[in-house]
Ligand binder design. Sequence first.
Ligand SMILES: C[S@@+](CC[C@H](N)C(=O)[O-])C[C@H]1O[C@@H](n2cnc3c(N)ncnc32)[C@H](O)[C@@H]1O
Length: 290
Amino acid sequence: MAQVRYHLVAGKAEAERIYAALDAAFEDEGAPVAMSEVDEAAERFEVSAYLDVADGEDRMRDVAAALGRESTDGISREDLPDRDWMADVLAALKPVRAGRFIVHGAHDRDKVAANDLSIEIEAGQAFGTGHHGTTAGCLSAIGRIVTRRRPRNALDLGTGSAVLAIGIAKLARVPVLATDIDPVAVQVAAANVAGNHVTPFVKTAVATGFRARAIADRAPYDLIVANILAGPLMRLAPEFARHLAWGGDVILSGILVSQRDRVLASFRIQGLYHRQTLVRGEWVTLHLTR
Ligand SMILES: C[S@@+](CC[C@H](N)C(=O)[O-])C[C@H]1O[C@@H](n2cnc3c(N)ncnc32)[C@H](O)[C@@H]1O
């Protein structure tokens, strides 16, 4: 399964209609739909739908059908890089600083200063080397929130490489449950947890959303971090509320700037209120509290 961005450009009113139609058509599969201005002077907007497609499949016709069109004219396709491609690129990148943390590979251990909180991650099969704006945004938020109020029991949902769970454990030295839908990511996460010497604090588990015994057993959490995508985050909003302790903090990322208000609205209905937004490129990281 790969992700493909189907996109088209239109004037503002037409782009808003396209956005609404694609959002409604692909809502059930949790596909993010985004709208962004591409030409301010001419008031032209690009609308993108990020769809999962099977190998060799093209869903251009689904997009046209969602817009009530018989023709696919004007709709473009961009194949998004898969994980291995990303790992190759990231392997060549330098250490990243985010808030109080430095995320680096083993070959850059000598770049770590005495007062740095270092997280050592090799680019591999799981997402999360700190280079992506969403990971860096979450690390900055963790540094700020955990310094102000130390959590007692944290959950990192969609842990990938476990970079965020390791960050919380190193900073607060409290129990963290790190879960992922992808069993390969969970294996990588467990290896990184051991490599960063935080095994006494971080437990890993495979879980789809909040559906796992391991998550229920440790609830409620006073810090939940989830860097997944806007669609699944919005669908899971009631579960966040159910698993969050009174006064607890939630950090969300994987959200495009254009999706921010819809995500906030989904969580506000559940009694979770916006505290801060961090913007890195086209991505936002949100801090919410109860
Ligand atoms: C963007 S990566 C984030 C990894 C890491 N937490 C970071 O911040 O760099 C998203 C991760 O969430 C996992 N994921 C996606 N949807 C999920 C779901 N519904 N439940 C649990 N994990 C999910 C993916 O397998 C992936 O490892």
